[in-house]
Design a protein around this ligand. Sequence first.
Ligand SMILES: NC(=O)c1ccc[n+]([C@@H]2O[C@H](COP(=O)([O-])OP(=O)(O)OC[C@H]3O[C@@H](n4cnc5c(N)ncnc54)[C@H](O)[C@@H]3O)[C@@H](O)[C@H]2O)c1
Length: 335
Amino acid sequence: MYETPFHEQPLDNITFLVTGGAGFIGSNIVEYLLKYSVKKVRTLDNYSNGFRKNLALFAGDSRLEIMDGDIRDAAVCAAACAGVDVVLHEAALGSVPRSIKDPVLTNDVNVGGFVQMLTAAKDAGVKRFVYAASSSTYGDHPGLPKVEDRIGKPLSPYAVTKYANELYADVFGRTYGMEIIGLRYFNIFGPRQDPGGAYAAVIPLFIDAILQNQPPTLNGDGGQTRDFTFVENCVQANIRAALVQNPAALNQVYNIAVGDRTSLVEMYDILREEAGSDLAPKFGPDRAGDIRDSLADISKANNLLGYDPKVRIREGLRQTLEWFKANQEFIQARD
Ligand SMILES: NC(=O)c1ccc[n+]([C@@H]2O[C@H](COP(=O)([O-])OP(=O)(O)OC[C@H]3O[C@@H](n4cnc5c(N)ncnc54)[C@H](O)[C@@H]3O)[C@@H](O)[C@H]2O)c1
């Protein structure tokens, strides 16, 4: 992965902080930064959903500083932001069902922690703050494809927290003159995504099921569509947002997806083909808080960030499947 760089300017004079760096997307960003000669990358994580082992892969690299701590703690956030040029804020509690089960905790981390991080970045004079927003912000808006300025009502506590992030980012940009960019991710998947636990995302769950030869459960009729996005595209968006100089690109939110729509059944069929499996899925009830269809218009990110996703769903699923096959032991032994 990351055979082609997404940046022209050197990274060897930039210090990054990646919050949630031990998680799925965060650890992929770290991998890219280290591969392309970053000056320094610090991670901040409390390992509530991430894994130390995701970072152990890069152990011994003197440019990587691993900080343990919680984004809800102001002193931790201040220490994490000290000397940092760019924050890539990935730490949050993902999952719609988790937020329905425990809205207070999701709000504490995703909103409380977010404001702590924004404040610490402001106080430390961080030059750029890029954060993980979410397609869940489109809520009940029926329009397809999704365009950034047309959103509906949130459908879950998680969606409320991600929309609140956007509102805070906008206010911090205007009030304190900060350079902030929000990236509304659409169903990101790829290596190191966690297939375990009650709140696993659908692609690692399906891959795990195929590899264990246990039929996965598709929620609803499986006709729900998503703009599934390989993590390499998501990393590209972060790098471009971190480095973009065009003033018109700042203090904006962007859809980060591919611009393709695939149903759950179609996605599962691609996985089965790639894996050479004929395992039939089971069908379960619809999930609360989920939308039926999702598809992004990515022209804003293309025009203003130069974002150009290279990996489409089949290739991304193939690479992800290969990674899961080759890393079964690693996945079982993560802590
Ligand atoms: N994966 C997706 O499809 C997707 C879609 C939309 C938005 N997002 C957002 O992208 C970001 C990264 O998601 P991911 O899929 O890599 O999830 P992840 O759970 O793998 O990573 C999140 C990381 O944040 C850490 N974290 C959680 N609470 C923390 C706290 N209080 N203090 C410090 N660290 C904490 C976790 O331990 C974990 O390592 C999240 O903000 C998520 O909401 C993801």
